[in-house]
Design a protein around this ligand. Structure first.
Ligand code: B12
Length: 489
């Protein structure tokens, strides 16, 4: 039995649990019987479900520390009436194994990708064997953590097709750029880079793997024809960097001629103008590029390894083709100075991108930056419980960071960050003339979802929305000197 936890109401959009569907499809294709209990979209009586299904093992997904908070509740509830082993998996347990084991109290956690390890666990339990020595598992023994070796990442071509009957895809529709029924889907996983602010190096072992394009096209056929989706956001950190496979995927979409738009995340240097035109013809309408900094020295020191000179040209190719670009930057790197931030802002202002995100650095566990923390910033205490990790690292209700590793005054970081949020929100005259409409639709969607959570959800959701809006408005409008200092437009 695989359980997807509830998400806090202010996150607003439960999304299709790709990891769990992939694991359950893999197990079922290998002769086991897995079901998914979807707490993020439905109410369940856990005891009733366990009594009915009689699982040999229960898995709980912990995509983030926020979802780990409900995973912890579910674990305690289950332990009150069953002794079936409970295993957590996902990014959060892999990034913070010790905190999750001690605070969340699962019997085991699964490190990295779940499919192959789950199959070994299920096979071993079926044979009545112990699972303690299986690679990819970690657990506590006499109070000490035991970490078995992490297995190499899998070849996604060996995976079976995803079985969407395990969930109800229609329940996860959300509004996005040019579409009202958007679903997430993965065409590939991981990224070959090893940027020091990202946990990908550890989690995906700095390697990108694509899925079989025929499987991806088959998923899209079902999303469109059976469930009525009209948008897809590829969840890949780096959308299918292999040109041959990406071209097959795009040609397949062009042949189908669906009324479907999609978007993805990209890296500078992967796409040429022809690729971009092909992607547009296949339905691509938005791309997020992680450019991160306007300083070449910083690009080197964070190990991003992109050629910044390609940025203006690549963005122009996309916008000219009709693809909305969101250029994403990070400010507040360790020891970054106001002069360095100005270089980033100058580059952002030069780019013809419809949308710009100026994110303030978040140190994620298992990123290289996180490991610098103890040595360089002993004045800030590292979060040591699930709740503190969720609150400090992920719960961006008002996007106010609780620490500042740079040499830039915190207020200046906030003003710059919220100035760009306001610009994206109110950018009626962006290149595609649709930015404002998108945000209006997203707000509408948010309210619909908040309504679904009843009166408390409505009150809390409204409170959070008003707080978010006031924070953005306050920082973007009440500090004209800072706006002038950085020549922000
Ligand atoms: C797409 C995505 C989203 C999407 C949708 C995710 C989805 N469909 O489920 C959206 C936009 C909704 C989203 C939201 C958030 N996300 Co997000 N997201 C991602 C992203 C880019 C890909 C995840 C994905 O779907 N991959 C495809 C599937 C097939 O792979 P997978 O999820 O990795 O699943 C495998 C393993 O994790 C494992 N596994 C998964 N579940 C389980 C369960 C068990 C029992 C076991 C044993 C194993 C296991 O096996 C799976 C199959 O191989 C990741 C980055 C990444 N590299 O993973 C960030 C990431 C997971 N997100 C992150 C964050 C912070 C968030 C938010 C908190 C952001 C916010 N402040 O709102 C929210 C939280 C939402 C939530 N439900 O908790 C962080 C988590 C950091 C951490 N260490 O905890 C990541 C790592 C990005 C980052 N910043 O580095 N996210």
């Amino acid at each position: 039995m695989l359980i997807n936890p509830k998400i806090p109401v202010y996150l607003r959009m439960p999304s299709i649990p790709l990891g769990l569907v992939s694991i359950a499809s893999y197990l079922n294709a290998h002769g086991h019987h897995a079901v998914i209990i979807e707490r993020s979209v439905k109410k369940y009586d856990l005891r009733e479900e366990v009594e009915r299904f009689q699982p040999d093992v229960i898995g709980i997904s912990a995509l983030s520390y926020l979802s780990s908070m409900d995973a912890k509740k579910v674990t305690a509830e289950l332990k009150a009436f069953t002794s079936v082993p409970i295993i957590w998996g996902g990014q959060a347990p892999s990034s913070s194994p010790e905190i999750i084991l001690r605070d969340g109290k699962p019997d085991y956690i699964m490190l990295g990708e779940g499919e192959v390890t789950w199959l070994q666990v299920a096979d071993a339990l079926q044979r009545g064997e112990r699972i303690d020595d299986i690679d990819g598992l970690a657990y506590l023994k006499n109070g000490e953590i035991v970490m078995n070796p992490i297995r190499p990442v899998a070849d996604l071509f060996t995976f079976p097709e995803m079985d969407w009957e395990l969930v109800e895809p229609k329940k996860y529709f959300s509004t996005f750029f040019h579409c009202s029924k958007m679903l997430y889907l993965h065409a590939s996983k991981g990224c070959p880079a090893a940027c020091i602010f990202c946990s990908n190096k550890q989690y995906h072992q700095s390697c990108n793997r694509c899925r079989d394009p025929e499987h991806v096209l088959h998923d899209i056929d079902r999303f469109v024809k059976e469930f009525g989706a009209n948008g897809i956001y590829f969840s890949d950190e780096l959308f299918c960097p292999r040109r041959d496979l990406r071209t097959r995927l795009c040609n397949g979409l062009i042949e189908r001629g669906y009324d479907l738009v999609w978007g993805c995340q990209m890296r500078l240097g992967v796409l040429n103008e022809e690729d971009i035109k092909l992607m547009y013809r296949a339905g691509c309408r938005w791309i997020l590029f992680g450019i991160e900094s306007g300083s070449k020295e910083r690009i080197d020191s964070i190990k991003k390894h992109i050629n910044l000179d390609l940025a203006p040209q690549t963005v122009e190719w996309c916008e000219k083709a009709g693809i909305t670009v969101q250029a994403s930057f990070i400010i507040g790197f360790p020891h970054e100075t106001p002069e360095e931030m100005q270089q980033t802002l100058d580059l952002a202002m030069k780019l013809p991108a419809s949308l710009i995100a100026m994110n303030i650095l978040t140190p994620f566990p298992k990123s290289e930056i996180y490991d610098l923390w103890d040595r360089e910033y002993p004045q800030y205490r590292k979060p040591d419980t699930i709740k503190k990790l969720a609150r400090k690292i992920e719960q961006n209700v008002t996007d106010l960071i609780p620490w500042n590793f740079s040499d830039i005054p915190t207020r200046e970081l906030r003003v710059v960050h919220f100035h760009y949020q306001w610009k994206d929100f109110s950018g009626k005259d962006s290149v595609n003339q649709d930015a404002y409409g998108i945000f209006k639709k997203m707000a509408q969607d948010a309210f619909n979802r908040i309504f679904k959570h009843g009166f408390t959800g409505l009150l809390f959701g409204t409170y959070v929305s008003v707080k978010q809006f006031s924070t953005v408005f306050f920082y973007s409008h009440f500090f004209p000197k800072i706006i002038k200092k950085y020549k922000l437009k």
